[in-house]
Structures are given as C-alpha cells and as structure tokens.
Write a protein that binds this ligand. Structure first.
Ligand code: ADP
Ligand code: MG
Length: 332
C-alpha cells in the first residue's frame, strides 16, 4: 500500500516488514509518531505498532541513542547507549564549586546543539536539568555530553500537562500557568549553565513561591504584565493592583499592575518560609553572583568574559518567553 508507505517512515517500515511485522494499514497519528496496523508473523495476529519519530538520525547532535527495545513480562524495556555520570554527579564530585569555564562553554554548546534539533522537530523536553545531561565517551580528548530522558517530552502545540519541569528549573510561564512552548527548555538551560559555573542550583526554591521570589531577586524585575494578565495561576503569587499608579512597582522599580504577594499574604497551602535546606545559596543579583561568588572553580579571570557570561544568562533567563533567546540565537 504505497499511500500508506508515504505516510510512515519508509526505512522503519521496510525493516519491520523484512522481519516480523507486515504493515497493513495506517491506524493513526500519535504525539510522537504514527501507529500502523501490522500482521505479526510470529503470533499470526494483528497488532498495532507505534513508530517513534526519529530525530538526530546520524547521532550528530548530542542526543542519547536508542539501540533496541524489548517487552519483558509486559514491561517495555528500552536499551540506550551506555553513557557516563550525569552533570549533577559531576558537580558533586567537584565539591559543588562549579566547572572550569572551558567545560561550561563546551557543554553549553553541545546542549544547545541538541536543543536546535529538538526545536526544529517541535519537541519540548520538559525536564532539562543536570541529572538529565550525561557525560558521553569523549571524542578525541574533548569532553562531551548528551541529553537524555525524553520521558516527559511533548510536542509544541499539543501540550497536555501543566505540572511539568523540575522545580528549580521550572520556567515562569509554567509556574504561572501560561501556555508554554520550547522556550521553557531555554529557561531550564539558563539555570543549568549558571549551575555548571557556580556549582549550585540558581533557584533552589523550597516552594514554587520561593522559586519565583528567588528569580525576581536574582534577575531583577518580574514577569511582564501581559503574561500575568493571561496566566491562569497569577493569583497564587500576585495581587492585581489595578492600573499603573504609585505603589505598584516591580522589585526593580518598573511600574506594573501586579504586585508580588508578601509571605504573609500567600495562601497557607504554599510553603511560606523556605526551609533551611541542604543548599546555602546567597540571593545576590545575577551579576554579583557571577562576579563575586567566592568558591568558584571556573578560572574565569577576564572581566570581559564575566560580562559576556552575565549577558548570555540574561538572554536565557528572560521572563518573557517571546523575548527569550532561541537555541540558534544563543549559539551565536
Ligand atoms: P527518569 O525519567 O526516571 O529520570 P532517566 O532516563 O533520567 O530516568 O534516568 C535516570 C538516571 O539514570 C539518569 O539521571 C542517569 O544517571 C542514569 N542513566 C539514564 N540513562 C543512562 C545511560 N544511557 N547511560 C548511563 N546512565 C544513564
Ligand atoms: Mg531523569
């Protein structure tokens, strides 16, 4: 059925037909690929086979390789290439004092390269964090990383869940309940780059309120009024104080129709006071953090390099998802 073949991944279909399954019909289009009706020549019965969309087919863009899969006692088991430690483990190995700047740079480029491919495919990873970036066997002597764990990924425009991303890496639009795009991955990426440099998470909030408060202290400003007006959970964190008048100022003095609630004002279901957690982390402005962090291992000495890093982070950690850099913008 050539009409059918046009719809599905030709290469996969050929391989499947040569082996166990004979493709008979197209059943539907899922989130990540097509589902086809096949005749299973081993069990002599019809089965529905899901073909996953393939991105990065030539293994050039720092995304983990899937090698094979099997079904074992009704569990789907997926075999991936063997990779090394994750970046959180690497940071711990360095006493949480950050990586040398040449590694921060190299890893950032490689992650961005993966993010360009994901964005082109319309895939939102939804869980970028150091635990989901793994050291790969290095090419020559250069260190390399790969992005793993597409278990929470979804397609742009077909987003289903609102409770996504790990809290420290959660973007403002997800915190506030605003329709999200691949830009949420760029926010997480900004948090990761800062963490690789500093050695500790940038926004280790004990609650979502605490995460937002840390963002606003460290970055200055607050999410733009347009976003606050349209997001469905704004009321959890902000009070609408009407049109712009004195007394309604964002932390950096920009007039706003929304005021961030004080700890006394937030609902009791939010964790009010951040617990004294395992992280000691100063709430300094971003540039002071990058300039003055005392326990830094980065070997970043040039003033202009520090300025460039702060600029880079500010492009990624932009409250407004429409102004936030895309992966391609960040690469150049
Ligand atoms: P989950 O969705 O439960 O977070 P992950 O795919 O992120 O699952 O895997 C959990 C952890 O297992 C990772 O943080 C990493 O330390 C380890 N791991 C996952 N995939 C690999 C791999 N291909 N090679 C080596 N370690 C891996
Ligand atoms: Mg994971």
């Amino acid at each position: 059925n050539w009409d059918l073949i046009l719809y599905v991944n030709l290469e996969l279909v050929n391989k499947m037909s040569n082996r166990r399954f004979i493709v008979k019909d197209m059943l539907g289009q899922g989130t990540f690929g097509q589902v086809v009706k096949c005749w299973d020549t081993e069990t002599n019965d019809y089965v529905a086979v899901k073909l996953n969309q393939k991105f990065d087919p030539d293994d050039k863009h720092n995304i983990v390789r899937m090698l094979d899969y099997l079904s074992f006692q009704n569990h789907l088991c997926i075999a991936f290439e063997m990779l090394g430690q994750n970046l959180y483990e690497l940071l711990k190995r360095n006493q949480l004092r950050g990586l040398k700047v040449k590694y921060v740079r190299a890893f950032s480029k490689q992650i961005l390269d993966a993010m360009v491919v994901m964005r082109d495919a319309g895939i939102i990873h939804c869980d970028l964090k150091p635990e989901n970036i793994l050291l790969a066997p290095s090419v020559a002597t250069a260190a390399a990383v790969k992005v793993i764990d597409f278990g929470s990924a979804c397609l742009e425009g077909k987003t289903v869940y609102s409770y996504i991303q790990s809290r420290y890496y959660r973007s403002p639009e997800v915190l506030l309940g605003y329709p999200y795009t691949t830009a949420i991955d760029m926010w997480s990426f900004g948090c990761i780059v800062a963490e690789l440099f500093i050695g500790l998470p940038l926004f280790p909030g004990a609650s979502e309120y605490d995460v937002l408060q840390r963002m606003m202290t460290i970055l200055g400003g607050q999410p733009p009024d347009d976003l606050l007006r349209e997001a469905k959970d704004t009321g959890r964190f902000f009070k609408h104080v009407g049109s712009i008048f004195p007394g309604s100022e964002a932390p950096d003095g920009i007039p706003s129709a929304y005021r961030f609630l004080s700890e006394e004002e937030i609902e009791t279901r939010e964790s009010k006071r951040p617990k004294v957690g395992k992280w000691y982390f100063p709430r300094l402005k971003l540039d002071r953090l990058i300039y003055n962090y005392p326990w830094n291992n980065s070997e970043l000495t040039e003033e202009t390099d520090r300025l460039a890093l702060v600029d880079f982070l500010k492009g990624l950690l932009e409250f407004d998802p429409n102004k936030r850099w895309s992966p391609v913008q960040a690469l150049f």
